[in-house]
Design a binder for this molecule. Structure first.
Ligand SMILES: [Zn+2]
Length: 88
């Protein structure tokens, strides 16, 4: 049944492909902090990136966390970027 809710399009910020949530790592900004958010329990502005090193490197190179989340705490961004690289 149509609920009127818009379906969320999830797009990788590294390669711009769309896919299901299970294929992506979700990063969420909540209360001024960034979280890698695999269970979506943390609410907030979020972005997605494929679970592969190339996409994560693209994300970092293009500064997509700052851009997509409008977030300017670069120390915090670097911490999360380092964590992302450990996941793949
Ligand atoms: Zn990707």
């Amino acid at each position: 049944m149509e609920t009127g809710k818009k379906e969320i399009i999830r797009k990788c910020q590294g390669c711009a492909k769309t896919a299901d949530r299970e294929d992506f790592i979700k990063i969420t900004l909540n209360n001024g902090k960034l979280y890698i958010n695999p269970t979506s329990k943390i609410l907030g502005r979020s972005l997605y990136v494929c679970k592969n090193a190339q996409c994560i490197k693209n994300l970092i190179k293009k500064k997509r966390i700052a851009g997509a989340l409008k977030f300017k705490n670069f120390e915090e961004i670097q911490t999360v970027e380092a964590e992302l690289l450990k996941l793949v």
